[in-house]
Design a protein around this ligand. Structure first.
Ligand code: PLP
Length: 380
């Protein structure tokens, strides 16, 4: 079965993990610190804070920025629920926004602006599929209205400029992301003092970590803020360092696979009205996933089932957050027509660096065959 996503893990990761186990220091220590510095350098910033997930990272970014009860945060509905959950964790109100267009499925700037109220404090961007949001336009909007700008950068690790849109960003190293530590995340913040607040909140709000107490030869610490346990351990830090050294090569491979997909899918775009291959409006992408929209009237479940029989896994990104029960109860009347249509027709094709050119051909041929039968009128 050709899977939608697969991590690239090899002997270097195995050796790195073994070295940690043999070292006797298995949680937050020098390897995590080295990983943070290397991650920051790769993204052109001074420093970073490693956490145990992107969700935890988003929570800490919102906390550090002082967002809380009474505040509204604009966010796309076409995202993973974690984006919205982080806003709810701090007691703020997520205000979900439609996408720009079926070809450009990121949050619409015009729709976002239309939803700004006197209570709006921040905008949470999500670089869907790795497609970078338009930096200048979002920064203009944020500064015109005095809003904070946050990036859920789970899809966009390694792209030039990611993390520089505004006040804070969080990345994910979950198993299906462009680089992985199994579970894990990273936070960047524009303001160095806020980044240090995030570092402190990550470890129960303690003024000195175990490692810092060892180095400073003191058993004393204070707690002067409410913190959390969102630490990354050394095993993940070690895996992260190896993955980071390969990130550019892995992202380059993804870009080549996407270019091949686009060339082959042009055939279907010409043949079927409404067959859409979304593209980044900014021209920049980490190529995290390969979403397509099936033509109007094509039976998606049947297409996916036929592809599965032929050995090709597909999936859907995402069920819109505002249509899931928990969030629908909170905002029952909300209707986001483009997001809903995108979701009805979307299919995510396999994309990961272990694929070769013949895999892309197989996927496109399989899709083409499945579409032949996707319009049968009386299929249950
Ligand atoms: C994966 C993902 C997350 C959550 O990442 P975790 O590291 O699993 O917490 C958040 N937002 C988006 C858009 C994601 O794809």
């Amino acid at each position: 079965m050709l899977l939608v996503a697969e991590p690239v893990l090899g002997p270097e990761e195995r050796a790195a993990v073994m070295a940690v186990l043999e070292s006797g220091w298995i949680t937050l220590g020098e390897r995590v610190r080295t990983f943070e510095r290397a991650f920051a350098e790769l993204h052109g910033v001074a420093d970073a804070v490693a956490v145990d997930s992107c969700t935890a990272g988003l929570h800490l970014v919102l906390k550090a920025l002082g967002i809380g009860p009474g505040d509204e945060v604009l966010a796309p509905s076409l995202t993973f629920v974690a984006t919205v959950n982080a806003i709810l964790y701090v007691g703020a109100e997520p205000v979900l926004v439609d996408i720009e267009a079926l070809q450009h499925p990121l949050m619409s700037i015009a729709q976002a602006e239309a939803k700004i109220t006197s209570r709006t404090r921040a905008i949470m961007l999500m670089h869907y599929a790795g497609h970078m949001a338009e930096r200048r336009m979002w920064r203009d909007l944020a500064s015109r209205h005095g809003l904070l700008l946050i990036e859920d950068a789970a899809h966009a690790v390694g792209v030039a400029g990611v993390g520089s849109y505004g006040d804070g960003s969080a990345f994910s190293f979950y198993g299906n992301k462009n680089m992985t530590t199994a579970e894990g995340g990273m936070v960047l913040m524009h303001n160095p003092e806020m980044l240090e607040r995030v570092r402190q909140m990550r470890g129960h709000g303690m003024t000195r970590s175990v490692m810092q107490r060892l180095v400073a030869r003191t058993p004393h610490y204070d707690v002067d803020m409410l913190g959390y346990n969102y630490r990354m351990d050394e095993i993940r830090g070690a895996i992260g360092l190896v993955q980071l050294s390969r990130l550019e090569a892995m992202n380059t491979r993804r870009a080549a696979l996407v270019a091949q997909y686009r060339a082959l899918l042009a055939r279907l775009e010409n043949r079927y009205e409404g067959f859409v291959v979304p593209r980044p409006q900014s021209g920049l992408s980490a190529h995290h996933i390969m979403p397509i929209l099936l033509p109007v009237g094509a039976n998606r479940d049947r297409t996916a089932a036929e592809m599965h029989l032929a050995g090709v896994q597909t999936t859907i990104h995402y069920p819109p957050v505002h249509t899931l029960s928990y969030y629908r109860q909170r905002a029952p009347g909300l209707h986001l027509p483009l997001t809903e249509e995108f979701h009805r027709r979307e299919l995510t094709l396999p994309l990961h660096p272990k694929m070769d050119d013949s895999d892309v051909e197989l996927v496109v041929n399989t899709l083409e065959n499945a579409l032949e039968n996707a319009f049968a009128p009386n299929y249950g």
